[in-house]
Ligand binder design. Structure first.
Ligand SMILES: [Zn+2]
Length: 201
């Protein structure tokens, strides 16, 4: 998957090629803006078992927050509870936080119930190493769907290196069963933390 992705980018730009060859970092940073997807009236995806994306996204973000703080990072959360935060506000929180990277945490849904695994999105080339480092670690925990580029609002309107993580499909019975387990969510969080830490260079 990874080599295919690199091959696909060969004709794109030198920046992309460099990012692929040596998935390095995004420069030094000491602050991480964590964005738990959805919240409040926006419940996000609904799982086959009735679980909600907003709940799992916040739970996972809090696990990432704890680990990052323990590792000495400053963490800014775009939401800390079950309430609605508009997308422009999430991007604005990131944009006013100097020297930070931004990581948005989501769980996925697809009408095709067989779709499963993890994937990480980025928008600009500067953010590619962050997304690639996180996805490389997530792939060790749960199925690898690769690194993808998308024009998501919180990525497109973000001045910081930024990535959006999809931690598994609530529409897939296998993924949903795993995600119900707090130890699995902790493994996902630990993988996200490793990817973030590796990007600070
Ligand atoms: Zn979502």
């Amino acid at each position: 998957m990874r080599s295919l992705f690199c091959a696909a980018l060969l004709s794109a730009t030198v920046v992309f090629l460099t990012g692929c060859a040596s998935t390095s970092g995004v420069g030094r940073f000491h602050t991480v803006v964590l964005d738990a997807g959805h919240g409040g009236i926006d419940r996000g995806a609904k799982g086959v078992d009735g679980s909600t994306e907003k709940k799992y996204a916040l739970d996972t973000a809090k696990r990432v927050e704890r680990r990052l703080k323990r590792a000495g990072y400053r963490v800014v959360m775009t939401r800390k509870g079950d309430y609605f935060v508009p997308l422009p506000t999430r991007a604005a929180i990131s944009n006013r936080t100097r020297g930070a990277v931004f990581v948005s945490i989501h769980y996925n849904w697809a009408s095709r119930s067989s779709a499963s695994g993890t994937e990480t999105y980025y928008y600009n080339s500067r953010s590619y190493p962050l997304a690639a480092n996180i996805q490389r670690e997530l792939a060790r925990v749960s199925g690898n769907r690769g690194v993808k580029r998308a024009r998501f609002h919180v990525l497109r309107n973000n001045l910081r290196p930024s990535a959006l993580v999809e931690c598994g499909f609530l529409s897939n019975s296998g993924d949903a069963r795993k995600v119900r387990s707090s130890s699995h969510r902790q493994r996902l969080a630990d993988a996200i933390v490793r990817g973030i830490v590796k990007s600070s260079r």
